[in-house]
Design a protein around this ligand. Structure first.
Ligand SMILES: Nc1ncnc2c1ncn2[C@@H]1O[C@H](COP(=O)(O)OP(=O)(O)OP(=O)(O)O)[C@@H](O)[C@H]1O
Ligand SMILES: [Mg+2]
Length: 502
């Protein structure tokens, strides 16, 4: 007890005042005393107290006036009122005015100590909650989301626009693009911000436990259910539930989740009644849910329920404008946490390296790279060779990375892929079409679009041209890129409507 909290005792009876002051002091509190409500109010204006213990009946100004006075202070203390035995009405009035609790005369000193301890404990908790709340708001405030690129600015503006809505949101994007950050931002910038944000990673909960985790259970519902458990939907009542990795949810559970979303009610395992919940759902995945709809591993009706608002987070490599601002943001945050704090800057060469890399792990990977830099770099300036070798190696390691670096459009990518597959099949269009999942007529039409005019011989067919659309100021693609111009394939003369055209 005690732990240095400060208490003001306000009591006109000198003997009682001295007793309370002494006992509370012995319990480890810092205690001051005032002989009247007016004097008490004056000291509590001059210095901050955690708790005021006051008598009710005092001449001139009484305990009620004191409560009113201290409640108007910028940081009001908790108040415990001492009332006469049997006057429950005065106790109620005191609590209504803002007193934390009351004790009735006569009382044991132990009783007072207990109430004081409880009041101060609650006060500490309240202060902690308020601090955490401020911290959380600072972290997930929109100002903390780095969004220089148009695509991220669009995301942030959508988050703002949906603040007042309770519609479900589906957040998609590659791993490390900021899905969880956005999910929290949606909550903390919404009208439900004061309610709870409850997150669950569905990939991390064993399948057999998901139902009770989400919807709760009654004691005895299954062997390990030793007590009632409310479940995350109930915990999130009035707030937001974040269903991360929604693509991992098994089909039977998808059906149960759908029912909850439709009915706004949950039924804990083993319960006989449904419970109403008011919860906003934000789901996230890095899986391609449309592909899962197509192969039947994700329910279409659930998909449409979750996907009322869709936020697709672009990969970092497609928004290079964000890379340096993000890096600077991360360096600032990491630097402030060091002891002593550090201020690191990126050399222009290091910035260039960061901009050339393809960031398969997106923002999270960028953070890890910078954390490593911070540990290794001695000075204030991060040079390019402070960056890990695989990042410095500017060649995009994969075909898609190369395609991105070349700023290819989807149509160009498709064309290149089709031509590569055709080449791989030795020019056999039937097999190529099969492999591509296209019917032959479609493939034929596409080849025609590419300028492989049917009816021309191999020599006459114009080679496909890809690079002439690139703007002159863009960097040359690295030498190891797949080049469709090298893949000329013999195009025999055929009739597109004929059954066999190879
Ligand atoms: N635009 C941004 N501004 C500031 N920080 C960001 C931004 N995007 C992501 N981050 C930070 O990057 C890290 C990864 O983000 P987050 O965990 O939200 O990604 P994710 O998409 O959920 O990843 P995963 O798919 O791996 O779960 C977090 O520390 C997050 O705060
Ligand atoms: Mg995540």
């Amino acid at each position: 007890m005690g732990n240095g909290a400060s208490i003001l005792v306000v009591e006109d009876d000198a003997a009682m005042r001295d007793l309370l002051t002494e006992e509370l002091g012995d319990a480890g509190y810092e205690v001051k005393a005032a002989a009247s409500a007016a004097a008490g109010l004056e000291v509590s204006r001059a210095e901050r107290f955690d708790l005021v213990v006051t008598d009710l009946r005092m001449p001139e100004m009484d305990g009620f006036d004191l409560i009113r006075g201290v409640m108007a202070l910028p940081e009001p203390p908790h108040v415990v009122m001492i009332t006469a035995f049997g006057s429950i009405e005065t106790a109620i009035r005191a609590v209504k005015l803002g007193a934390y609790d009351y004790i009735t005369k006569p009382f044991e000193i132990e009783e007072l100590l207990l109430v004081a301890d409880k009041a101060l404990g609650e006060r500490g908790l309240r202060a902690k909650v308020a601090r955490l709340q401020r911290e959380v708001e600072a972290t997930y405030g929109l100002g903390n989301i780095i969004a220089k690129s148009q695509s991220m600015r669009d995301v942030v503006s959508l988050v703002q626009r949906i603040a007042g809505s309770t519609a479900s949101v589906l957040v998609t994007g590659e791993s490390g693009t900021g899905k969880e950050l956005i999910a929290r931002a949606i909550h903390y910038n919404s009208t439900r911000a004061a309610g709870p944000f409850v997150g669950v990673n569905l990939a991390a909960v064993p399948e057999g436990l998901i139902e009770s985790e989400l919807f709760g259970h009654k004691k005895g519902a299954f062997t390990d259910a030793r007590a009632d458990k409310p479940g995350l939907f109930v915990e999130a009542d009035g707030g937001t539930i974040f269903l991360d990795e929604i693509g991992e949810l098994a089909l039977p559970l998808q059906a149960k989740l759908l029912r909850v979303l439709q009915e706004h009610e949950v039924r804990p395992l083993g319960a006989t009644k449904n419970q109403r919940v008011d919860v906003r759902v934000v789901a996230a995945t890095n899986k391609n849910l449309e592909a899962m709809l197509a192969d039947g591993s994700f329910r279409e009706d659930l998909y449409y329920r979750l996907n009322v608002i869709h936020l697709d987070l672009p990969p970092l490599r497609s928004r290079p404008e964000d890379i340096v601002p993000l890096a600077e943001h991360v360096l600032r945050e990491l630097g402030a946490k060091q002891n002593p704090p550090r201020k690191l800057r990126l050399s222009p060469e290091a910035q260039h390296v960061l901009l050339s890399y393809h960031w398969p792990g997106n923002v999270r990977e960028l953070m890890n790279v910078l954390e490593r830099c911070m540990a290794l770099c001695q000075g204030e300036l991060i040079a390019d060779d402070d960056l890990p070798p695989h990042v410095r190696e500017r060649r995009p390691a994969d075909f898609l990375g190369a395609a991105v670096a070349r700023r290819m459009s989807l149509a160009e990518l498709e064309r290149e892929f089709i031509e590569r597959v055709l080449e791989d099949e030795g020019g056999n269009k039937t097999r190529a079409a099969q492999r591509l999942g296209l019917d032959r007529k479609t493939l034929y039409r596409k080849l025609e679009e590419y300028g492989r005019v049917v009816g021309e011989t191999e020599a006459e067919a114009a080679p496909p041209v890809v690079d002439d659309r690139r703007e002159p100021d863009r960097a040359e693609p690295p030498a190891d890129l797949p080049r469709s111009t090298e893949a000329t394939v013999p195009i025999p003369r055929v009739d597109p409507n004929a059954d066999e055209f190879d």
